[in-house]
Design a protein around this ligand. Structure first.
Ligand SMILES: Cc1ncc(COP(=O)(O)O)c(C=O)c1O
Length: 463
């Protein structure tokens, strides 16, 4: 493949052949809005062309302009508490009436309470906070803190990872779509190693998530990381998603080994929990599954309840080294409406027991998906934690050749039956419902998935 041709990414790239027949079925009103969107917005991969226009969002559903209700298992991973949570709508409305804005240099009760609540929820020891209005910015703030604290500038991160679209975030990211073609040059000193994951272990035979983990899975990658950190001796930070949103999990013990390598080489460990945080994986932070505490951790996406954009960097107190410099200083840094949205979201997650719910519903969903897909030869792997689940489709079980065509077909079958999700890396059906989803809605979605997978496979077989 030519280096300027983007490879498969974490999202659907809108280049599939089935888009045309989907477009042809849109209503006139929908079509008109899609055309106006295409006329006025700059085009960019993944975001455009849009699938359809949306007129409402409530609970687990997106509601199309044409009235179609989609159970939303995509939500940009920002809908942990579902859409339009009434408690959050009420809290934001009342905040707008009392204290709508605070310029930088001032503080407020609500912004302090939000930061304190974040510290309470984060892994122990991460006691300092800086807020931004987006995940990409928060990643870059974390990188600047790591530079300031270590006096080093290099980073180590993972190919295929995504950390945001800013120049710094894209530099540590490993997705060609955000780094290649016309986008560079990027930051220097941003080195990469192959991605985590056992089904597609870059250094081993690989295995399905439901098979016993081999001794080798992850070990060679951990060794490569250890070697890379030691041979240079001047890497400021290793930055990674502890569990990838693709999804992919590291082998047991992998992160503990990486933590040791970081400690022994003076490298800071930054965990990007932008999609995995806030209970999505069945723990508040995905890093809790690994028993590893990073030096810096970033939350984002659903932190503003899917209504307000906000992200947060949390750091150990010793990393509070930037008093003389400006690492973020964003206009809406301590915006009280943002803080109210963040604090109320954390309260909703606690009060509704959403972390536990993600864990138990996730187990049930995984079990049911494994049962549904047992007989499908096209399913190479089913994996996930909590309500972040992936079904990887392959042409050939042994060779594990990705099957993006079948994945796309399943996606459109599901969309037509009112279930929305995204495919990642072309061939992984990636399911991330709201953590507030009801048992009945989850059942309904899995029914749709089963029927759609059968329909797509039958269609393939008839060809
Ligand atoms: C792992 C990860 N990091 C960073 C980001 C960037 O966040 P934002 O889109 O808010 O800039 C994302 C967004 O998808 C993400 O998934």
């Amino acid at each position: 493949m030519h280096a300027t041709t983007p490879s498969e990414s974490e999202s659907d790239t809108n280049r599939g052949t089935r888009r045309e027949s989907w477009n042809a079925d849109r209503t006139a009103t929908d079509r008109a809005l899609l055309d106006r969107d295409a006329q006025v917005y700059l085009k960019q991969s993944v975001s455009t062309p849009c699938l359809t226009s949306i007129a409402g969002a409530e609970g687990s559903y997106l509601i199309g302009t044409d009235g179609t209700r989609y159970l939303d298992f995509h939500g940009n991973s920002a809908h942990q508490i579902g859409y339009g949570h009434p408690r959050l709508v009420g809290a934001i409305s009342s905040q707008l009436r009392t204290l709508p804005f605070v310029p930088r240099r001032f503080t407020s009760d609500i912004s302090v309470r939000f930061a304190e609540a974040l510290v309470e929820h984060a892994p122990t020891g991460l006691e300092r906070v800086l807020l931004t209005t987006g995940g990409s910015d928060a990643i870059e703030v974390a990188l600047k803190i790591a530079r300031a604290a270590t006096g080093r500038f290099k980073t180590l991160s993972f190919w295929e990872s995504f950390h945001g679209a800013g120049f710094g975030a894209a530099s540590v990211g490993g997705e060609q779509l955000f780094r290649g073609g016309p986008i560079g040059p990027l930051l220097t000193g941003t080195e990469h190693v192959p991605p985590i994951g056992c089904y597609r272990d870059a250094f081993g035979p690989g295995h399905r998530a439901d098979e016993p983990h081999t001794e080798e899975c992850g070990r060679r990658l951990a060794k490569l990381i250890d070697y890379t950190l030691r041979v240079q001796g001047d890497v400021a930070a290793l930055i990674a998603e502890p569990m990838r949103a693709v999804p992919a999990m590291a082998a047991p013990g992998f992160w503990a080994a990486v933590r040791r390598s970081c400690d022994e080489t003076g490298t800071l460990l930054i965990f990007d929990e932008i999609p995995t945080g806030l209970g999505r994986t069945g723990r508040f932070s995905a890093s809790e599954h690994e028993g590893v505490v990073p030096d810096l951790l970033v939350f984002g996406k659903g932190l503003g309840g899917g209504m307000i954009p906000v992200a947060a960097v949390l750091a150990r107190p010793e990393l509070d080294v930037g008093a003389d410099w400006a690492f973020g200083h964003y206009t809406h840094e301590k915006n009280p409406v943002i803080s109210r949205a963040g604090l109320t979201t954390l309260e909703i997650i606690d009060d509704e027991g959403l972390v536990g719910r993600a864990s138990s519903l996730g187990e049930l969903a995984l079990e049911r998906i494994r049962a549904i897909t047992e007989s499908f030869e096209s399913v190479g792997d089913v994996r996930g934690r909590g309500l972040m689940i992936g079904i990887e489709l392959v042409l050939d079980g042994d060779a594990r050749t990705p099957d993006p065509d079948l994945a796309e077909s399943v996606l459109y079958h599901c969309l037509r039956r009112g279930l929305s999700f995204k495919t990642t890396m072309g061939s992984v059906l990636t399911l991330a419902p709201p953590l507030t989803i009801s048992d009945a809605e989850l059942d309904q979605a899995l029914d749709v998935l089963e029927v759609s997978m059968r329909a797509a496979i039958d269609e393939r077989n008839r060809r």
